[in-house]
Design a protein around this ligand. Structure first.
Ligand SMILES: [Mn+2]
Length: 424
């Protein structure tokens, strides 16, 4: 299914006058609204290829209908999202779930839909059919060299696919660790992992980046070999200038101050990419902004301030990606909501008067500092986000249009009710 331009125009026409009233009101007192709208238009968030089907928990998976049956259909789904919001112009592939069988054709399809290839992701947290050595006790950290070599080889294969598609980064997330005291020699696990990462790093093309993603716990519950930002930073620093830390919002211990982590990684020039999701307890992989939108805003405040301090381009300086799982909602609706939440938080962060905030800090005026942040956070920036969509040819209300056009019903007609997409 493909959305036609006239369908978006009709929808926008119907909402035009209400939108105009709202945007006029915001513009009447937000002096830099055009600057914010331009930034929002540029900002693109990659959609992970594994999030287009229904996810599950370890207790079960309740597949939806009309899920994409192939990589082509996944890219078509992202094309639908992108035509609705013009902010989802990239895909992040997980290998081996989504091995491009015909890279040229996949590239052409993506180009047609204005979709770029973001980071490719390796997978050594599962055993694949016919795999010689098991990752039950880890991959790059494994005590057995042949298992480690197999994991390295897999990552090199992922880089190969990424090169064919035009990606320029690889994200390595390892489930390596231990579940019981005594199981691992921490130092040897670190050294083995570093050695493996070095071999993968050595195979990176010149213009590529490697993102080392950390996670505090799960699937291992006693130790994780890349367990926090300190460990990730240690690997990235030892690897070299092409290696960076990747922050996944769900990969911290409860109540971690993620905005501070972001600030310091940016200061060190070692923040590479971002995985957005939200959580109440652990790595819940819920819709971005659904549980703690204030935290998301505070993180964006540090991102904007920190990237500006290093003269980084907001849109291209870091890898931006959603990493969530959709267990009870339609994945496409969920992704529309996530992208919207990210754009809102970004717009609010762009509203912050950084000079006034710095002045308040210099004066130790704590109340004023808090006030400056909360004035921005409590501003309804949705008209700015909608205006950015309008100007880029997307829908004023993407979710509403998705429903009005009965997109899922059309996909079910095309694909059937018994489809299960690859992924978690
Ligand atoms: Mn992640």
């Amino acid at each position: 299914m493909k959305l036609e331009k006239y369908q978006i125009e009709e929808h926008n026409h119907a909402h035009r006058s209400t939108h105009q009233q709202r945007i006029d009101y915001v513009r009447s007192w937000v002096s830099n609204s055009d600057h914010i709208i331009e930034k929002l238009i540029e900002f693109q968030i990659a959609i992970p290829s594994w999030a287009l089907g229904t996810g599950g928990t370890r207790f079960g998976r309740f597949a939806g209908a009309g899920e994409p049956r192939s990589l082509e259909e996944k890219i078509e789904d992202i094309g639908l999202l992108h035509s609705l919001n013009k902010s989802s112009g990239a895909v992040s592939l997980h290998i081996p779930w989504d091995i491009p069988k015909n890279p040229k054709a996949i590239k052409a399809l993506a180009a047609q839909l204005d979709i770029k290839f973001d980071a490719v992701n390796s997978n050594t947290f599962q055993d694949q059919k016919g795999q010689q050595h098991s990752y039950k006790f880890g991959s790059l950290q494994h005590v057995d060299k042949t298992t480690r070599d197999q994991a390295i080889e897999h990552n090199l294969e992922v880089i190969h696919y990424g090169k064919e598609l035009g990606s320029s980064s690889i994200t390595v997330w390892l489930s390596d660790g231990s579940s019981f005291p005594g199981q691992l020699n921490f130092r040897k696990a670190f050294e083995n992992t570093l050695d493996g990462l070095q071999k993968i790093y050595g195979a990176l093309p010149d213009d590529w980046k490697m993102f080392v993603e950390y996670k505090a716990f799960e699937p291992n519950f006693y130790s994780m070999t890349v367990g926090d930002w300190g460990q990730s930073l240690l690997y990235a620093s030892k690897l070299g200038p092409k290696a960076y830390t990747l922050v996944d919002l769900g990969h911290h211990l409860p109540n971690a101050n993620i905005e501070q982590i972001v600030s310091l990684l940016l200061m060190e020039g070692k923040l590479g990419g971002f995985h957005f999701n939200d959580s109440k307890y652990g790595d819940d992989d819920l819709t971005v902004g659904s549980i703690n939108p204030y935290q998301l805003f505070l993180i964006f405040n540090e991102l904007v301030e920190g990237m500006d301090a290093r003269h980084m381009n907001h849109a291209t300086g870091l890898g931006w990606m959603i990493d969530a799982s959709h267990n009870v909602k339609d994945p496409l609706e969920d992704l529309l909501q996530s992208v919207e939440a990210i754009m809102i938080a970004y717009a609010q962060a762009l509203l912050i008067d950084q000079k006034a905030l710095e002045y308040a800090r210099q004066k130790n005026d704590v109340a004023l500092a808090q006030e400056i942040l909360q004035v921005a956070y409590r501003t309804d920036v949705r008209p700015l986000v909608a205006e950015a969509r309008l100007r880029s040819g997307a829908a004023l209300q993407p979710l509403e249009l998705f429903r009005t056009l009965k997109v899922r019903e059309h996909l079910i007609k095309e694909r059937g009710t018994q489809t299960v997409a690859t992924g978690l």
